[in-house]
Design a protein around this ligand. Structure first.
Ligand code: COA
Length: 162
């Protein structure tokens, strides 16, 4: 009886507080900074709480691609040659598109800078910063991201395995 009462007290107080704090993290809500029509995410892709910056280009995420948490996909940039208050506004309006091809895994806390294409079934390791194209079936990691491996794949694309 006492045990049940204590459990109830925990659920109503600390348990609820923890639960609320976790839910407030919004781990499944992606956000778009820039024009939303520039972002196309395939219905079978999973992007969790990604930040998509479409200020300087289009972003396409193809079928069965999936992200870990806190992934940033950034087309926007600022002209570093501009000094003073002008730098805040020295932003290209296009030309920095990002395409994340089918089956790509972008692991947690990775950042992808445009322009680039991440090829089919490639893997971007956790915490990496991608600064250029990634070849299909390639595993990249680090800052800047470099090849750290290959995804072995047979004739059947749907059975590709690391
Ligand atoms: C990419 C990943 C899957 C590779 O795993 P793996 O095949 O077991 O690779 P290994 O641990 O054998 O590491 C292979 C090499 O890559 C390097 N490496 C691994 N992860 C790395 C990373 N995140 N950044 C930079 N280098 C990395 C290792 O140091 C190792 O280098 P070495 O050969 O010079 O020693 C894994 O490292 C990773 O990033 N997982 C993501 C986890 C995650 O985000 N989970 C959330 C769910 S989406």
């Amino acid at each position: 009886m006492l045990r049940r009462a204590m459990q109830w007290l925990f659920d109503m107080t600390l348990g609820r507080a923890i639960d609320g704090r976790v839910r407030r993290q919004r781990l499944y809500e992606a956000v778009v900074f820039g024009p939303p029509p520039r972002l196309v995410v395939a219905p079978t892709a999973v992007v969790n709480n990604a930040l998509f910056n479409t200020v300087s280009g289009r972003i396409v995420v193809e079928d069965h691609a999936f992200f870990g948490h806190n992934v940033c996909i950034l087309t926007g940039t600022h002209d570093v040659a501009v000094l003073g208050p002008g730098r805040q506004h020295a932003i290209p309006s296009g030309g920095r598109d990002i395409v994340i091809k089918t089956g790509v895994w972008v692991a947690s806390n990775a950042t992808v800078l445009g322009p680039c294409v991440i090829g089919e079934h490639a893997v971007v390791a956790a915490g990496s910063v991608v600064v250029g194209d990634v070849a299909p079936f390639t595993i990249v990691g680090g800052v800047p991201a470099r090849s750290i491996g290959q995804v072995s794949h047979g004739e059947r694309g749907d059975t590709a395995a690391a």
